[in-house]
Design a protein around this ligand. Structure first.
Ligand SMILES: Nc1ncnc2c1ncn2[C@@H]1O[C@H](COP(=O)(O)OP(=O)(O)O)[C@@H](O)[C@H]1O
Ligand SMILES: [Mg+2]
Length: 347
């Protein structure tokens, strides 16, 4: 029952978003078959829109089906400037990853952008539909969670291992991971009623992280950057990962621990409903393995020699930097309280 209560809110919010965005969804439903016909050089009458979802990042996603034998495409139409940038960036990332011969094993899991362009002044892209359903729903079943997490870990490890480099962290390398997000947090702290205390914490974290990281040799690689169960497609009976979507936060030369921590932190968030900030604090206090319910050796393997506290802080900082200024839920006071203020006040 807990699960039902926790899911009620996102489900209601999605329903509300659908209702509020009826004109965008309806326009997308009308143009989508034409765009698939254009992308596939086929006859427009062959395609019909089956459903249109409006996502929290303001993208209308239409599922378009072949009237006959069952080809399926996703037509994505972004409705804000940030959403357009996200989709364009994702198309670039996917082109690069697909062109990398060492990633041929991962290719079946990657979306393929069959066409992109503009219609009536609006950007769109047409993707082949990957098989499967979002793993976030499947993971609500306790028996599915561990095998799906293991399959998801294996899938993203392929990306990490095939693109990995060993680097010695100098002060400049650490600046991107530490100084940039802490500068954004300092801006936030400066407007806060408890600014003195929060700014002290920001300064202290900078010193602590620089001391823990500079001079250390680590492996970096491409990461997905938002590797949560909602961005994974899977099939239920065999618990196979069939797709990895939403690549606009992907980046080269990052720590693989971001993807692995995010996968497991968000799996816990889905199962129990606690905020990411709360889970990070719990992991700082009680250990990553105990908090995320993974064997100690597996958690140690994610960190690649970086001690747990700086690793968790880097993960948290990256997440905050990516989402604090993004549209959707992240400007909500509840998100700020649970993920920014709460952690800053307790580290
Ligand atoms: N190529 C695809 N094949 C199948 N389903 C997809 C594909 N792309 C997106 N989806 C579905 O649409 C949802 C939203 O797409 P996503 O790219 O994650 O948008 P957002 O950035 O808004 O989260 C995904 O969770 C997935 O269920
Ligand atoms: Mg997504």
């Amino acid at each position: 029952m807990r699960v039902a209560v926790q899911w009620a809110q996102p489900v209601l919010r999605d329903r509300l978003a659908c209702w509020l965005h009826r004109p965008e969804r309806s326009w997308t439903a009308t143009v989508a078959p034409r765009l698939v016909a254009l992308a596939t050089a086929t006859d427009g009458t062959r395609w019909r829109t089956e459903a249109v979802a409006f996502t929290s990042t303001s993208v209308a996603v239409a599922t378009v089906r072949d009237n006959g034998v069952g080809g399926r495409y996703m037509v994505k139409v972004p409705w804000t400037t940030q959403a357009v940038e996200g989709l364009r960036r994702q198309a670039e990332v996917l082109d690069r990853l697909r062109a990398d011969p060492s990633l041929s094993g991962l290719r079946p899991l990657l979306p393929y952008c069959a066409a992109q362009g503009e219609i009536e002044g609006r950007y769109y892209c047409v993707e082949w539909a990957l098989r499967g359903a979002p793993a976030s729903g499947m993971m609500l079943r306790h028996s599915q969670r561990a095998p799906l997490l293991a399959a998801a870990g294996r899938a993203i490890r392929e990306l990490h291992q095939r693109t990995r480099e060993r680097i010695l962290l100098d002060r400049a390398a650490v600046a991107e991971w530490v100084d940039v997000p802490l500068r954004r947090l300092a801006e936030f702290a400066a407007t806060h009623p408890r600014r003195g205390r929060l700014l002290d914490t920001v300064g202290r974290l900078r010193e602590e992280l620089v001391a823990a990281l500079v001079g250390r040799t680590v492996h970096t690689s491409w990461i997905h950057g938002d590797y949560w169960p909602g961005n994974l497609l899977a099939t239920a009976p065999d618990r196979q990962v069939t797709g990895i979507v939403d690549w606009d936060r992907a980046a080269p030369r990052q720590l693989p621990l971001h993807d692995l921590l995010h996968l497991h932190v968000l799996a816990r968030r889905l199962a129990r409903g606690d905020e990411l900030g709360e889970i990070v604090l719990r992991a700082l206090r009680h250990g990553i393995d105990r908090t995320l319910d993974v064997p100690a050796a597996e958690a140690a393997d994610w960190l690649d020699g970086i001690p747990p506290r700086p690793a968790l802080l880097l993960y948290w900082l990256r997440h905050i930097l990516l989402f604090i200024d993004s549209e959707g839920d992240h400007d909500a006071p509840r998100w700020i309280r649970g993920n920014v203020e709460r952690v800053l006040a307790n580290v």
